[in-house]
Design a binder for this molecule. Structure first.
Ligand code: C5P
Length: 299
């Protein structure tokens, strides 16, 4: 994430993510699933402004003109929950007037809500001068959601384990170019994990270690093709018919890889260059399969 001061307020640009590898290891006693995943931060940003206010937490949501979507501004928004959690944990009595410009599509597997929550913890900890050590911020992040810790690290790429909250940055030695497409219908993460449990899962054809090692090598992204995998693609596809159409389209084109991110419903094509990503995006737009973004890796 990128933080900048604007007079007395703080402005944060907070990114989305793509899962290049995601394997589900099993369901746990607490209902969550143990997984191993490799996430890459991408330059598709929500913008959030934090202003000081006496004690209230007030959230105003504006969807960006190129990404219209309805965003809840009450207690169900992870920004509000992150702010209240920080207040409760630190005893801080200050408030904040928060404005969110939403670009990252929701219910997409792009981590937008989690990214907003991580940005809120970092920005309000600074604005309110609560100065929590990073480990305590991580503990709060894990309580808010499984992907929040990844965004708190602000790392370009990480291997994430446990329910996703244990993160370890890994090297990414080349910029990666993607086209991301979000179909009109979204998916709930909980529903997709439940659907995963309905059919016995096959072992992945590749390992996370191989995927991470390949990411660390310099050179053309073509070699990455063999190592990308998402165990939730099948279950998500059974719940959302639009995903299959997008993946079939991508597989017919000469992208390095076409896959789904997280629990969907957004899909992505890994491309060899920014020019190729723009060209694929143009063809996808003409098919009206959903909202299309051209992005590269970056925090
Ligand atoms: O942690 P997060 O809020 O993103 O999770 C949303 C839902 O997705 C959880 O309530 C749970 O049903 C499911 N989930 C899971 N295992 C994970 C992450 C999420 O079962 N590792």
């Amino acid at each position: 994430m990128r933080l900048s001061r604007r007079g007395p307020s703080l402005l944060v640009q907070t990114p989305a993510k793509l899962n290049l590898f995601l394997n589900v290891l099993g369901r746990r006693q607490d209902g969550f699933h143990d997984l191993e995943t490799l996430m890459v931060s991408i330059r598709l940003y929500d913008t959030i402004q934090f202003e000081s206010s006496p004690s209230e937490i007030e959230l105003l949501c504006r969807s960006a003109p190129d990404s219209p979507q309805a965003i809840p501004s009450g207690e169900e928004n992870l920004i509000v929950r992150a702010a209240r959690l920080l207040q409760a944990e630190t005893g801080c009595k200050a408030g904040s007037r928060i404005t969110l410009w939403k670009r990252i599509p929701s219910q997409a597997g792009l981590g937008g809500g989690s990214s907003d929550a991580a940005a809120t913890l970092v920005a309000l900890d600074r604005l309110w001068r609560t100065n929590l050590p990073l480990e305590r911020l991580h503990a709060l992040a894990a309580r808010l959601g499984s992907d929040v810790n990844f965004f708190l690290d602000s790392s370009l790429a990480s291997v994430c384990t446990g329910r996703g909250e244990r993160t370890e940055p890994v090297a990414l030695r080349r910029p990666l170019h993607f086209v991301v497409i979000k179909p009109a219908s979204g998916l709930s993460t909980g529903d997709v994990f439940q659907e995963w449990g309905r059919e016995s899962a096959a072992a992945p054809p590749v390992t996370l270690t191989e995927c991470a090692a390949s990411l660390g090598e310099p050179g053309s992204p073509g070699g990455l093709r063999r190592w990308l995998y998402n165990a939730l693609e099948g279950p998500a596809g059974r719940l959302n018919g639009e995903i299959e159409g997008i993946l079939k389209t991508l597989s017919r084109w000469d992208v390095v890889w076409g896959g789904m991110t997280g629990s969907g419903s957004a899909c992505f094509g890994l491309c060899r260059s920014a020019a190729e990503a723009r060209s694929v995006a143009g063809r996808l737009k003409s098919l009206n399969l959903g909202r299309v973004f051209v992005v590269r890796s970056g925090v």
